[in-house]
Design a protein around this ligand. Sequence first.
Ligand code: PLP
Length: 358
Amino acid sequence: PFNFSAGPAMLPKAVMRQAQEELLNWNNTGVSVMEFSHRDPAYVKMARQAEQDLRDLLAVPDDYEVLFLQGGGRGQFSAVPQNIAAKTATVDYLDTGIWSGYAIREAQKYVREVNVAAGTVETGNGKAIAPRSDWQLSDNAAYFHYCPNETVDGIALHEIPADIQAPIVADMSSNILSEPLDVSRFGVIYAGAQKNIGPSGFAIAIVRKDLLGHPQPELSSIMDYQLQAKDGSMYNTPNTFAWYLAGLVFQWIKEQGGLAAMGEQNHRKAKTLYDYIDQSDFYRNSVHPANRSIMNVPFQLADERLDERFLLQAKDAGLMGLKGHRFVGGMRASIYNAMPLEGVNALIDFMDEFQRNA
Ligand code: PLP
């Protein structure tokens, strides 16, 4: 089967096989990796290697902390304002989809003003992110936040916004490690793990060091970037299994040729699927071509009464997790790093056959 689920999502089979073995016997110890203390030298060595592999993949500059945290992507919605903005601050957010909206509502609890600088616009050719020239940025924002890949809406901002004075914060939960990235353009990058990294509940944050040191007083210690950095992300017991699995995924990406290879493959997969949808009258995607996600491809059937049959038959054909998010309906194919091109081709073959029989 091919699993098109949005997250938790498909992970590399080779990683799953190794994890299955090491669940019983890690490092030839006869003990499960899940049973190891996070203070054990062998575990610490593995954990530090995972951090180094992530740093290598993203070429993270030395003036950034790389943190392994808990609470998933949403945990960071509150961690960010509490760590790097004063209660009296104004912060700028783009509102480009469902996840941006959640991030905005969470931030509103912690700062004086959340300024929504821009959102999406309907064009004759699909939904697009408002052009940079129309963004209403604040003069003294503590940071600028956006979600480069809206998982539900399938809307992406492919360029890092230019001419932003405030530190840029990005929720990369659904596009981290999908292609090369210039980390030095960001103040904070964070991601829930359950798409391109590993198990849900886990999160990573990559934080420029100069932003640390002025947290809001009520910030909980486990969310405190500086405290976690000082303790090597082991202030409290980390999610040891998730960290281990993330490490295997980072090694797998390195073996595939790193982010350049990943990006090439991901763009090829996405183009193949969008090209097929675009030439069809039966399926449609309503995002402007310039803002289409390469990770999450929502599509609608011409007749939504066929949705249920489509999903049932897809499942029978070994194509799982295609139901769109409950807020938007329709279909969504999530094609993260672990999804091979054959999976996309199998989906297209199925879509073609379904259309012919409809
Ligand atoms: N941000 C984005 C872009 C997401 O796609 C998700 C979850 O799918 C989240 C945040 C929330 O992540 P979590 O469920 O780990 O809190």
